[in-house]
Ligand binder design. Sequence first.
Ligand code: ZN
Ligand code: FE
Length: 239
Amino acid sequence: MKVEIISCLQDNYSYLIIDETNNLACIVDPSEAGPIVDYLKNKNINLKYILNTHHHFDHVGGNKELKKKYNSIVVGFKHDSERIPEIDICLEDNEIWKRDNFIAKIIHVPGHTKGHICFYFYEDKLLFTGDTLFSLGCGRIFEGTYEQMFSSLNKIKAMPLDTQIFCGHEYTLNNSKFCIKHDSENLNLKKKIQNIQIKLKHSLPTIPSTLKEELDCNIFLRAKDVKTFSKLRDLKDNF
Ligand code: ZN
Ligand code: FE
């Protein structure tokens, strides 16, 4: 599988997962249709599936138009079926979603929203984390509790170290400033920040990250208990 990163809106990323043998693709979290239509123009790729991590507008905004244009199938979490526009396939926690050559495990990760899920394409170790785990950060807790978010992140922490993390926003630089403020002696973090700066200087995405890098550098994953985590989350909200 090949993953193309498509910038949307201000700082969102949508991800096109392409099965090049069959010219089929899934789009993860299309914020808006325009940039995805532009990318697909003059390419022989059938946008067969739209995968949504959660119902926020900047993750589902393109559903309707893309579905209409490409006849795509919208895939999302069962318990958010009321809030995900045009949903066709309703998924459950821990379900293995398998269509054509696409195989992903569904991981329910409440906290940012009640019905947030991650798509884990385990054969290629690609994890689409939406607004739950960011590079060097995590999502704001809008609908869930600190405990829920902490245990959702713990599910991700248990995955293979070389899992590639594809998150919903380019927040990495700002996140890095918060991490270094509270973890100033972390050499891995310092190295990662240099790396981030080089990428951004060349207008490249800082995504994907790897789970190993996040475990080494992301202060929210390094929080040892829910109390520490909650305190950091509160500080970040006002950062
Ligand atoms: Zn969101
Ligand atoms: Fe978002």
